[in-house]
Design a protein around this ligand. Sequence first.
Ligand code: BF8
Ligand code: SF4
Length: 672
Amino acid sequence: MPRYRDLTHTARPSNAPRVFEPKNPLRTTDPAALEMLKIAHESKIETVFDRVVAQQPQCQFGYKGVCCRICIAGPCRVKADDGPASKGICGANAYTIVARNLVRYIAGGAASHSEHSRHVLHTAHAMTEGHAPDYQIKSPAKLRKLAEKLGVSTLDRGDMEILTDVIEIGYADFGRYQERPLAFLDSFLTEGRRKKFKHTNIMPKAIDGTVTELIAQTSMGVDADPVNIIFGGLKASLADLAGEYIGTTLSDVLFGVPEPIISESNLGVINPKMVNIAVHGHNPVLSEMVVAAARKMTDEAKKVGAEGVNIVGICCTGNELLMREGVYLATSSASQEMAIMTGALDAMVVDIQCIYPAVQQVAECFHTKVVTTESIMKIPGSQHLAFNATTAMEDAEKLVKIAIEAYKNRDPKKISIPSERHKLVAGFSIEALTDIMAKVNPERPMSVLTDAILNGQIKGVALMAGCNNLKRLQDEGHVTVLKELVKNDVFVIATGCSAGAYAKLGLMSPLAVDAYAGPGLKSFLKMLEEANPQLTTGLPLVFHVGACVDNSRGMDLAIAMANELGVDVPRVPFVASAPEAMHEKAVAIGTWCVTMGLPTHVGSMPPVEGSDLIYGITTQIAHDVFGGNFILEMDPVLGARKLLDALEYRTWKLRVHQQAAEKYNTPMAQGW
Ligand code: BF8
Ligand code: SF4
């Protein structure tokens, strides 16, 4: 069987339109968002859907990555194939410019994720020092497991003592100067990846240093070698993975390891009889406190005539709270403005990342208070309340009070809440998944998954991740890829706004299994359900593993499967897809997925087409070096098809090598 079904080996995308109906502002498939869009148009409220249309056609120099703005001699654009116009003023070639632009996205992504985890780390640190009395260690078991992986002694030691040492290592991972690998990253890699990163010289020693180095490397007049620049990017993507891993593990320690939980999603969860607060952004450090405060403040809400306080989540803060607390997920990235337009949202409390500045403009048409809480994240016109770990509960109570006060100003004439809401099951940490599989095979839980793949019951695992990108209709990519994969018996886990799409549209429920899963996947899920009578719910069609930082959970699963199979990650039938990627963080995640060895589909074209060399490196050469590669495909059905081919190829190879090893009674070959 050839490596790709695509025998042309061009790895070029189909002719699917890059921007679907560029003049059409009805750019969503979410019925609740469509309902709100009607109101927006009637009331002449501008939304992201109008702005996307207004941006068309977008600049093709930027789209292809050949616009350089790295120094103020520019902007320079590559305008010709040869001659002086084929380079920037300094002589930078298209391949240099495209590579620099691309890896700077990765630096941005790594900086963002690690800023998030640095905050979690600071909070844990303040707690161990006795300065954050409102926080506690909710999962000592996770702490001990993490400590053991990091080589921290746990014998006869208290939790706080252990955590203190873990935090020390976390801080060192941000700022280490000695030639030692990033400890959190090193602690969970396979031996094969460890060697690969050493040999290719991309094992980072610290997060901050790697990001800074990459910015320096790509500054005017420094690195012009596109391959060297890309390798700098790969190193930063691993720093990003480390940052995510720190964020996920420490959040689990402080707020609990997610377990299966029932909840609901879409704008219908906004309750007209209650004070509604949307928590939006990414960091659970603040939002966990807001939830706790809200639960205590029912009486205060009653004083203003409401029945209580209803917290709803948006984007990844929403995912964090859904996973651990069962908080309703109101909506995802592209429809964030719509939550305000229900007229019943009293406050939107935001932390960092993916918050459209436009929410303030929409809020001004209603009574909604937008409150920013982080020193690096303010919006002109919004209220700012600096959130501090030391006074966390006090600050959270103040935030809830702002919403209760705002409730008094609601205009009943402006209230219009879509009825759309769907039941869902979330909360699938890898620990929870392992527990479920352990009921089938207590000694080797992961073999339940890998055996199902080897015996053909399921085709493999796919991690669905990423954002909304309105070059196509909101959620259309996520839903189409999912439906294709599950129809073909792929076990799917999801994070971020991909998970948000499935949650909102009823695809994260056990009911969806009957409607969409292929026979193999259906029987696999039923088998797990039968072995787990303690679960109060059926298993969903797609397993929510968390927020964007929790893509690290996806990698944890891929590594556990690799260890179970006795191979490195690039041999595991495991793929990733971000059908609507948008953020720099998504570029960083996609890049470490490839570097770790996963075929990775992206449904929105990153700016790489300005250089055939960079296009070839990302889509083909990466596969030869790291075992993973980008599959850039705008048609979601075809994108899914290409992922299925990759899974099929990996499973076929695995079986061939396993059978050979069994036949000749030898260890499995590693060099394929
Ligand atoms: O971190 S999926 S739009 S909300 S970047 Fe943002 Fe993208 Fe959503 Fe979460 Ni992730
Ligand atoms: Fe132009 Fe070179 Fe400056 Fe980029 S670095 S803007 S290509 S002169």
